[in-house]
Unconditional design. Sequence first.
Length: 133
Amino acid sequence: MDVDHADTLAEARAVLDRYEAALMANDVAVLDELFWDDPRTVRFGVGEILLGADAIRRFRRSRAGSGYPRRERLETLITTFGRDIAVTNIVFRRLGDGTIGRETKILARLPGIGWRIVSAHVSLAPPGTAIER
């Protein structure tokens, strides 16, 4: 299996960067586009469990106008498996209160539509959590 192929890593990073820009701009249309439109898509957030693309879209619309807490990425880790699967992990810090968070996404290159997020999980770390290598 081709792990961390350079072109696939670059494509996955571009999706991740596009998602982050849309999140910070509260661009609901792009956020919706980047998730696989399928009932098997999941997003586990800090305070929600969203099963299926419809639930994810409803959640996005419920937050439209309120936006998301501003954040900065501290670490970005991407691993690709073959040419069509990527796992992305970021560690971020919320700018308002300094809370550390974690976000994992599984991306799949799907026939006819390209890269989509098929699974996402966001959580906040307890105060004092260290980032270790």
